[in-house]
Design a protein around this ligand. Structure first.
Ligand code: ZN
Length: 465
């Protein structure tokens, strides 16, 4: 059989790996959108390096857009096979793919407005909401641990990767011409001890492994005593009559923060001020979280014996409507607003920052990773002035940065995950999903742990297994 790397090769985005069997069957592992600078992303996402209609099925590791975001495009180009994933990934993908299609369409409307002024022909969106609806009809949700055969001669089961709700790693058992090969794919591996989610499960033993390598060379700092710090910040800010503004990713971080506040509320450690989750996507994602208890860790299941709704408490309101969101601007009383996006690059959070960042009574609390050059990073760096919607605002609000749980395992995490596999069986590891320098460091770490054959494939590289 052949394995080709058509994404997340020497980069962290656009995950896509093609398995071609001698029978002619073709299985695609993930179908992620490449995210990056506009021109480069446009070039990479516009055309598949394979015939979409020739793919028999897709195995989807999790719902993040850099792993699932080109599925509507695959549908648009003629793919009509099944997309296999866990039930929770199916539910989250339904939200995220429709959201992504909406963004693609409104992006193109904006670009075309400019192009029209320049006398240039208009461009088409990468895909539309109809394409997203089309591919979602082809999804097949599977429980964790249930063995199935997506095409003849291949079987697999999803095991929990502990990365986001529904995330999974897989080992494809492939039998052709009397020979059996086991090909593992980590997807993205999470950290143990995260709130809500289970720890990553042990992977099945395999002959070949495609592994992520995002944090090669890095060891995560232990997360803050988040709950206590969260309580302190809210108490302090409300005592001086201010608002706490928390930019957070709609899927994952928002639910972790709400769960922490829910516990604080039950412990009577939160002041009696209103708390708002202001992001339609976060509201919908929270609904998905609540309907997939099969993904919860034991701690959360135990907690739910006394609190049936771990993502809801008396003072908490979820806001979908834009008018309700705007109404928060004119209210001057202390409150907590959790809104997307996490790096402050888009979404309703921009309005909340614009309205509150100049007031020294307020606090902006950064609870997740912010990439360089993002507004979030400028706030983390406490620049005296920041630009929002093209205007300059002095940053006078208090800035609190919480070192929270990363969604990705660090280098020791990945090495110990792989160390649990049968070494005599594991012939080769292919590192994907990492920047080149991180990948080199991950390779060295794995070699130091005794894994000799570690390769870093290039985009478009094909290997015979
Ligand atoms: Zn991911």
């Amino acid at each position: 059989m052949k394995l080709s790397f058509f994404g997340a090769a020497r980069t962290v985005t656009g995950s896509k790996h093609l398995v071609e069997l001698q029978s002619g069957k073709r299985i695609l592992l993930d179908c992620g959108l490449f995210q990056g600078r506009r021109a480069e992303a446009e070039r990479i996402n516009r055309e598949f390096p394979f015939d979409a209609a020739s793919i028999d099925c897709v195995i989807l590791s999790h719902a993040h857009i850099d792993h699932a975001g080109l599925l509507p495009k695959l549908y648009k180009e003629g793919f009509r096979g099944d997309v296999y994933c866990t039930h929770a990934t199916y539910s989250l993908s339904a939200l995220l793919l429709m959201d992504s299609a909406h963004i693609q369409q409104s992006d193109v409307r904006f670009v075309n407005k400019i192009r029209r002024k320049q006398g240039k022909p208009s461009v088409q969106p990468l895909y539309t909401e109809e394409d997203a609806e089309g591919i979602l009809k082809q999804f097949v949700g599977m429980p964790y641990g249930h063995r199935f055969s997506p095409v003849e001669g291949v079987s697999l089961e999803f095991r929990d990767a502990g990365h986001i709700l529904g995330s999974a790693h897989v080992v494809l058992t492939i039998t052709e011409n009397g020979r059996t090969v086991k090909l593992g794919f980590t997807g993205d591996i999470g950290n143990p001890n995260r709130p809500i989610l289970k720890d990553p499960e042990k992977m099945e033993d395999c002959d070949y492994l495609i592994s992520e390598s995002t944090y090669g060379g890095k060891t995560h700092e232990p997360p803050d005593e988040s709950k206590s710090r969260l309580a302190e910040v809210i108490e302090r800010t409300s005592a001086r009559g201010g608002k706490v503004i928390i930019p957070a990713f709609a899927v994952g971080r928002t639910q972790e923060i709400v769960y922490a506040m829910d516990q604080l509320w039950n412990e009577e450690r939160l002041p009696h001020i209103p708390v708002y989750v202001d992001s339609p996507l976060a509201v919908n994602a929270t609904g998905v979280y609540l309907s997939h208890p099969e993904c919860y860790d034991k701690k959360l299941l135990d907690y739910m014996r006394t609190d049936k709704n771990p993502l809801g408490f008396e003072r908490l309101s979820y806001i979908r409507d834009v008018e309700d969101s705007k109404a928060l601007n004119s209210t001057r009383m202390p409150m907590v607003i959790i809104s997307a996006s996490g790096m402050c690059e888009a979404g309703r959070i921009l309005h909340h920052l614009k309205n509150n960042i100049e007031d020294s009574r307020n606090t902006v609390m950064i609870v997740g990773y912010c990439a360089d050059h993002t507004l979030g990073k400028k706030i983390v760096d406490k620049l005296p002035e920041v630009r929002i919607f093209g205007e300059t605002y002095p940053l006078r609000a208090e800035v609190v940065v919480m070192n929270s749980y990363s969604a990705h395992a660090d280098e020791p995490g990945v090495v110990s995950f792989i160390n649990k596999l049968d070494r005599d069986r594991l012939k080769k590891i292919f590192l994907v999903h990492g920047a080149p320098d991180r990948q080199e460091l991950m390779r060295t770490a794995l070699q130091n742990a005794g894994h000799r054959n570690v390769e870093i494939p290039e985009f478009g590289e094909t290997v015979e297994l």
